[in-house]
Design a protein around this ligand. Structure first.
Ligand code: IMP
Length: 188
């Protein structure tokens, strides 16, 4: 890898943090039953690796389902999040834990929470691998507050561990800061 990428969190740090999050979530949901298991709603595609590791560490009855949400183009938000698959998921009376890769402006999580609250979920919480609170839209600062956060990070564009730049770099094992300005001349 060239200097376009610098390590922010190593694979080992992320894995250790997932252990801690899984322990905290399992403790908080200790009353969850087999009849009404915790429903993890994983956002596609960025949160897939995070959610897969997290759910296998939970000690409470859990199920997983997936939402397709996209709002980024390159390193900039592309406008309102587009949201599908969610329509078919019945969340009535369910304890929902939305599993997200990164919360940035908060638009995506705002859309998801509104959608599922309207559909009668008993409870909705957010678990995100990364949070960039300094990027939150002012009107969402109070309402989009993740319940479980892997790491709070500054305003940086990151890739790896499921996070992409125009579908590239998702499979990098560490979370890396991506420096697009250093790209010119490097790939040609
Ligand atoms: P929000 O709606 O602005 O909070 O953006 C959330 C979505 O934007 C995430 O699910 C990611 O897909 C994408 N995103 C935000 N920041 C980054 C980043 O640093 N790297 C890669 N994707 C990002």
């Amino acid at each position: 890898m060239s200097e376009r990428f610098t390590i922010l969190k190593t694979n080992e740090e992320v894995s250790r943090r997932i252990d801690e999050l899984a322990a905290a979530i399992s403790a908080d949901y200790c009353d969850i039953t087999e009849e009404n298991p915790l429903l993890l709603l994983c956002t596609l595609r960025g949160a897939v690796f995070f959610a897969a590791d997290l759910i296998r560490k939970l000690t409470v009855p859990s199920e997983i389902n997936f939402l397709k949400v996209h709002s980024y183009q390159g390193t900039r938000p592309a406008g309102s999040p587009i949201f599908d698959l969610g329509e078919r998921i019945d969340v009535r009376g369910r304890y929902v834990l939305v599993v997200e890769d990164i919360v940035d402006t908060g638009q995506t999580m705002d859309t998801v929470i509104r959608n599922f609250s309207d559909k009668g979920a008993a409870d909705i919480r957010i678990c995100t691998m990364l949070d960039k609170p300094s990027r939150r839209y002012p009107q969402l600062k109070e309402t989009v507050v993740p319940d479980y956060i892997g790491f709070e990070i500054p305003d940086l564009f990151v890739v790896g561990w499921g996070l992409d730049y125009d579908e590239k770099y998702r499979l990098l094992p560490d979370i890396m800061v991506y420096h697009p300005d250093a790209e010119e001349g490097k790939e040609q």
